[in-house]
Ligand binder design. Structure first.
Ligand SMILES: [Zn+2]
Length: 125
């Protein structure tokens, strides 16, 4: 049998978590992967890159079934893709924090880590 978590505290932490997730998720999209910036030549004989003005390219690197896949991000999408990659990491961290806090609560009457409870118990010392 698993110990019953402290329901009052867990639900408070859960509420805080859910509202943070909802805030983060509203109107956003998420991308898993890392960004890689590179400069290089495109290969066209008359392009400015042949004179040393290299093209800046942004790649989204994702792993699929153990293989790395690189997707070139068009200029017009770079801002959104950067945001989506950051938001994915932030969301992942929130979930991990919450999982740790919930695990701690399930183990016994331990304090919720301050980073998790910061939103819900702001100002309390
Ligand atoms: Zn070029």
């Amino acid at each position: 049998m698993v110990d019953t978590p402290n329901r009052a505290r867990l639900s408070a932490a859960e509420r805080s978590f859910r509202s943070r997730v909802a805030q983060l998720a509203s109107g956003r999209w998420f991308l898993r992967g890392t960004l890689s910036e590179r400069s290089g030549k495109c290969g066209k004989p008359n392009c400015r890159c042949t004179t040393g003005q290299l093209h800046q390219s942004l790649y989204l690197v994702q792993s699929h079934a153990g293989k790395l896949r690189q997707i070139c991000v068009p200029q017009a999408w770079q801002e959104r893709v950067r945001q989506a990659v950051n938001d994915y990491r932030l969301m992942q961290r929130l979930i991990e924090e919450f999982a740790r806090a919930a695990h701690g609560l399930a183990e016994g009457p331990r304090r919720i880590p301050s980073d998790v409870s910061a939103g819900a118990w702001a100002g309390a010392d």
